[in-house]
Design a protein around this ligand. Structure first.
Ligand SMILES: Nc1ncnc2c1ncn2[C@@H]1O[C@H](COP(=O)(O)OP(=O)(O)OP(=O)(O)O)[C@@H](O)[C@H]1O
Ligand SMILES: [Mg+2]
Length: 529
């Protein structure tokens, strides 16, 4: 009803303006200056009679092929907050998963909104371009607008508070509804501005891991969740203390302990995109920087198994411990300190440090950088110092608390008579959560997962692992003993060799002095003669 009244007022005002304008056009004999005056006067009259103001939000503004941010935000906001009150709706499949329905306000439809006790009216309108131009992009010949109508006494409220509120809410809805993506970097050599080959390729991110399904110590898990929540809500804090809005995590631990799973759980928790950076495909520091610039906010940048992908010890450690130190690293690509010397990869340690916290790393904000490794001790301390990798999270072997999460997920059991034995064995035996999970998965012939069978199987596997660990420990001790013996033998041989050498030198020295003495006697005899 109210919407109709506003429409009437708006219609009446614009009708008055149109009549005056037409009249002035028709009266060609009236001088242009007077015509202009009359037109302006008519507009003023219409404004006096019509107390409602209009703000138009156009779909395309400056950039021809890019839909305006405000338009998109209004569209999302209206779809989320007001669409259900509209009589005509538009339905489409949500971008998030391509499965669920998403409704928005249809063209030429109006909805009301309420803000701080004030009623406002939105109209979705569409105009068809009269130009005889065939667009390359279907649908772009139509111009769509949202018109916001409100009483003029609310002008300040609408401009200063309501529109910023709509923008923020709309953006939040867009983030909630978007399909999250998993990016991977294309090999540096394949980037081409002509073929529009981007530096990143992506697929929908659909990893189902969550913190609920992640098996780890509950106290540590809560600490990680708290840390992530604090980060997400600290935009102002980071600005206040003068730090770029980003945080680094180092996940370390043996294989199969859930490092990659933890990254997926973090992404799902924060609703972020994931950029999986393959460092060996990056040619040099410049390309590394380019990759960083092309990432968006609200994202996690991951470098997995950082100790394997490149030799991060660089020259630093070589200098400290002698020149042959890194020769045993086999065929790993190196990160040279002097880029000119190595053509295979010119990504240097300093380039990587810059990637994490150089000036460029501040562009965009709201990013999390994660490194994973099986060998924390192999990494250069500069790379993982606090400030770069702010939080170090150890993913360790499965203990009883972690096992309970897996048992609940895989078998749907909270309690079982075999839990006591499993608890005792897990304290004594190192088994990764991946291996424990594997033992909880087998199905019976009736295509059912029987907890009794699975848990008994796990106990057997734990016993076997314990025996293997004991045998490995014995073999290792024997090996160490043999190595010690060999070393002692070598040292003994060396000692004997050096003693023999010394004795020989001594003997030779004696001979020489006696010969010289004999020589002297002969000389003196000659003199006497
Ligand atoms: N902590 C965990 N909680 C739940 N599932 C886990 C956990 N750890 C491992 N898994 C299971 O084992 C599989 C392998 O784990 P994941 O890839 O996360 O290990 P990782 O630590 O990244 O290993 P790697 O060091 O070899 O990369 C996962 O798909 C998951 O199903
Ligand atoms: Mg992994």
């Amino acid at each position: 009803m109210a919407a109709m009244m506003v429409e009437k007022w708006a219609g009446f005002g614009s009708a008055v303006a149109s009549v005056v304008f037409l009249w002035s056009m028709v009266q060609n004999h009236i001088p242009p200056s007077i015509r202009l005056y009359l037109t302006a006067w008519a507009a003023k009259l219409a404004a006096c009679l019509n107390p409602y103001l209009t703000i138009t939000v156009a779909e395309y503004t400056g950039e021809r092929f890019k839909r305006g941010d405000l338009f998109l935000a209004v569209e999302s906001y209206l779809g989320d907050a007001c669409a259900r009150r509209a009589r005509r709706l538009k339905a489409e499949l949500a971008a998030k998963d391509g499965k669920n329905l998403q409704v928005t306000v249809d063209d030429h439809e109006g909805v009301t909104d309420n803000f701080a006790g004030t009623t406002l009216w939105w109209y979705a309108t569409k105009t068809h371009s009269k130009a005889n131009v065939i667009s390359l992009y279907p649908g772009q010949e139509d111009q769509r607008f949202y018109r916001l109508v409100f009483h003029r006494r609310h002008r300040d409220l609408v401009v200063d508070e309501y529109l910023p509120f709509v923008l923020a809410e709309g953006r939040a809805v867009t983030v909630r509804n978007r399909q999250r993506r998993l990016f991977t970097n294309n090999a540096s050599g394949s980037w081409s501005p002509y073929r529009k080959k981007s530096v990143w390729s992506h697929v929908p991110f659909e990893h189902p891991a969550t913190f609920d399904t992640l098996a780890m110590d509950p106290v540590e898990k809560d600490a990680v969740i708290d840390d992530l929540m604090a980060f997400r809500e600290s935009k102002e804090y980071y600005a206040k203390v003068g730090k770029a809005w980003k945080r680094g995590y180092l996940l370390y631990g043996p294989p199969g302990t859930g490092k990659s799973t933890m990254i997926a759980a973090m992404a799902n928790f924060l609703d972020y995109d994931v950029y999986d950076l393959e460092l060996t495909a990056v040619k040099n520091n410049t390309d590394l920087r380019k990759l960083f610039i092309e990432t968006t906010g609200k994202s996690i940048i991951v470098i997995e198994d950082i100790d394997c992908s490149v030799d991060l010890t660089g020259k630093r450690r070589k200098d400290k411990k002698g020149s042959k130190e890194s020769d045993d690293d086999g065929d790993k690509p190196k990160l040279p300190t002097d880029p000119e010397k190595d053509d295979a990869t010119k990504v240097t340690l300093s380039g990587l440090l810059n990637f994490i916290d150089g000036l460029w790393s501040a562009c965009g904000g709201e990013r999390i950088i994660i490194f994973t490794t099986n060998h924390k001790e192999k990494l250069d301390p500069a790379l993982i110092r606090r400030g770069r990798m702010d939080k170090h999270i150890e993913m360790s072997y499965c203990r009883f608390e972690g096992f309970k999460v897996l048992a609940k997920n895989y078998l749907d059991v909270d309690e079982h008579e075999l839990f006591g034995e499993i608890r005792r064995m897990l304290e004594e035996t190192d088994m990764s959560p991946a291996d424990v999970a594997e033992n909880l998965m087998p199905m019976s012939k009736k295509k059912k997962r029987d907890p009794d069978v699975c848990l008994a199987g796990l106990i057997e596997a734990l016993k076997k692992a314990k025996e293997e660990a004991a045998a490995a420990a014995v073999a290792k001790a024997k090996e160490e003993e043999e190595a010690k013996e060999a070393e002692a033998k070598k040292a003994k041989e060396k000692k004997e060799e050096s003693e023999a050498k010394k004795a020989k030198e001594k003997d030779e020295g004696k001979d020489k002095t006696s010969q010289e003495a004999n020589g002297d006697i002969k000389e003196s005899d000659k003199g006497q003669e």
